[in-house]
Write a protein that binds this ligand. Structure first.
Ligand code: ADP
Ligand code: MG
Ligand code: ZN
Length: 238
C-alpha cells in the first residue's frame, strides 16, 4: 500500500500553537483549561478550511491528556494521547452531520452520552457541519444539550451559524474563526515548502495565498499549490 498522505492531513496541526491565525480561540480555550472552567458545549463557526475541526480535535485531546504541558497543550505521549493518535480512543466520538443528519444518527450519539468514560475525565462529542441536522435531530439533541452529565463535552462546528436554532446557540460558548490572512497563508506555505524540500519564490507564495483565502482556505492551498511546486522540482507530475 502507498505511504502517500494527502498534504492537508499530513499538515493538520496537532497543537494549538501550530494553528495559524486563530490565536484568539486558542488563548481563550487555554485560559479555560488553566482555570478549569471549561464549558460543556462549544460552537466553532467560520469559513471552510480555517481550522474548526482541527481545533475541536486538539481540544478533545488536551481535555483527556494525563500530563498536559505547562502551556496547556497535549503531551502526545500518555496513554490517552496515544490512543487518540491511533484513532482508538473511546472518549472522542465524532459525527459528520453532513452525511449523518437523521434523528437515528443523533440518537446513536446521545445513547453514548449516558455511559461514563472508562478512562480519563471527559467524553467529547464532535458534531461537524451541525447545521445539516434535520429538525427532528436538532430537537432530539437539544434534550441532551440541556442536561449533559458532567463528563460530557460537545463541540459543534458549522460554516452556517445563522442556521442553528437559538435554543442551541444559547447553550454554547461560541468561537468565531477568522479567515486566514494572505501573509499568514504565505508564511505557512513557506514552512511546508521547506519541510518538503521545495524551492518557492516569496511572490509566488503570496499570489497563491491571495487566491486561496476563499472558499476553503488551507486545504485548497495544499491541493493546488503543492503539486505545482512538486512538478517544478522534479519535472514529473505527482
Ligand atoms: N488555521 C489553520 N492552521 C493550519 N492549518 C490549517 C488551518 N486551518 C486548516 N488547516 C489545514 O486544513 C485542513 C482542514 O482544516 P479543518 O480544520 O478541517 O477546517 P474546517 O473544519 O474549518 O473546515 C487541516 O487538515 C489543516 O491541514
Ligand atoms: Mg470541518
Ligand atoms: Zn497526553
Amino acid at each position: 500500500m502507498s505511504n502517500f498522505i494527502v498534504s492537508a492531513r499530513k499538515y493538520r496541526p496537532q497543537r494549538f500553537q501550530d494553528v495559524v491565525g486563530q490565536q484568539h480561540v486558542a488563548g481563550t480555550l487555554k485560559n479555560a483549561l488553566a482555570t478549569d472552567h471549561v464549558a460543556h458545549a462549544f460552537l466553532f463557526t467560520g469559513p471552510r478550511g480555517v481550522g474548526k475541526t482541527t481545533c475541536a480535535r486538539i481540544l478533545a485531546k488536551i481535555l483527556n491528556c494525563e500530563n498536559r504541558t505547562k502551556d496547556y497543550e497535549a503531551c502526545d505521549t500518555c496513554a490517552s494521547c496515544k490512543s487518540f493518535n491511533e484513532n482508538a480512543s473511546f472518549n472522542i466520538i465524532e459525527l459528520d452531520a453532513a452525511s449523518n443528519n437523521s434523528v437515528e444518527h443523533i440518537r446513536a450519539l446521545t445513547e453514548q452520552v449516558r455511559f461514563q468514560p472508562q478512562q480519563g475525565r471527559y467524553k467529547v462529542f464532535i458534531i461537524d457541519e451541525v447545521h445539516m441536522l434535520s429538525n427532528q435531530a436538532f430537537n432530539a439533541f437539544l434534550k441532551t444539550l440541556e442536561e449533559p452529565p458532567p463528563y460530557a463535552i460537545f463541540i459543534l462546528a458549522t460554516t452556517e451559524k445563522h442556521k442553528i436554532i437559538p435554543t442551541i446557540l444559547s447553550r454554547c460558548q461560541i468561537f468565531d474563526f477568522r479567515r486566514i490572512t494572505v501573509a499568514d497563508m504565505a508564511l505557512h506555505l513557506k514552512g511546508i515548502c521547506e519541510k518538503e524540500g521545495i524551492e518557492a519564490e516569496e511572490d509566488a507564495l503570496h499570489i497563491i495565498g491571495q487566491r486561496r483565502t476563499a472558499p476553503c482556505a488551507m486545504p485548497c492551498l495544499f491541493s493546488t499549490a503543492l503539486p505545482v511546486f512538486r512538478v517544478k522540482k522534479s519535472g514529473t507530475a505527482m
